[in-house]
Design a protein. Structure first.
Length: 72
């Protein structure tokens, strides 16, 4: 069973998103960069599952393991 279907877990997750809106402003620069890099890697990983982008990346020799963040 998905843990988010549990009302207790859902309530705590919803509370943190709805009532802690200043969490981005309290984060350090390193935390924001780490979040940005992880989000970018998730997008690239998804793109590798799309045949069009997989062929484009493969044509220029890029592998998924080559990408560590947005600066790559």
């Amino acid at each position: 069973m998905n843990p988010l279907f549990n009302p207790v877990v859902f309530a705590s997750v919803a509370r943190s998103y709805l009532f802690d809106t200043d969490r981005v402003w309290r984060a350090s620069r390193e935390e924001l960069e780490r979040y940005r890099d992880n989000a970018f890697k998730r997008v690239v990983k998804h793109a590798f599952n799309v045949p069009l982008y997989y062929k484009k990346y493969r044509a220029v020799g890029i592998k998924l393991s080559d990408i560590d963040g947005i600066k790559d």
